[in-house]
Design a protein. Sequence first.
Length: 143
Amino acid sequence: MVEYCTTTEATPTVVTAMELHPVVMLTAMSSTRPPSQAKPQELKSRIALNSARLLQEQRVTNVHVRQIAQHLEGQNQLLQMIRRSQEAQAYAQERQAQALECTQAALLALVQMMRPALKDPRKFLQSGTDNSNNSGTLAEGAQ
């Protein structure tokens, strides 16, 4: 909040920037001496005072702008970190999907191989025993 000097009375009326309405300001100025009767030194003093206050307000505004810029820069860095994290998560999910596809393919091949054993376990076990006996006799015949 910045206060501005608006009158030439001994005790100046102060109008704040938040309360400043053009109609109120015009009314306050019309109740005082006309500008032609105001002393040049008083006008210079009021102009200097108001200029100093405006400069101070500008400095405060500049500080706020810098703070906002720093905050936005921090937010931008945070968003970049989130984006990189999301990219890493997407890559990991893609790798998991590939691994799941490989696992499914391996399980399907295993089921295809085991299907005869599941349909008739006795026949499968007998054929396995016959195969091992045949391979044993082949090994003996080769000696």
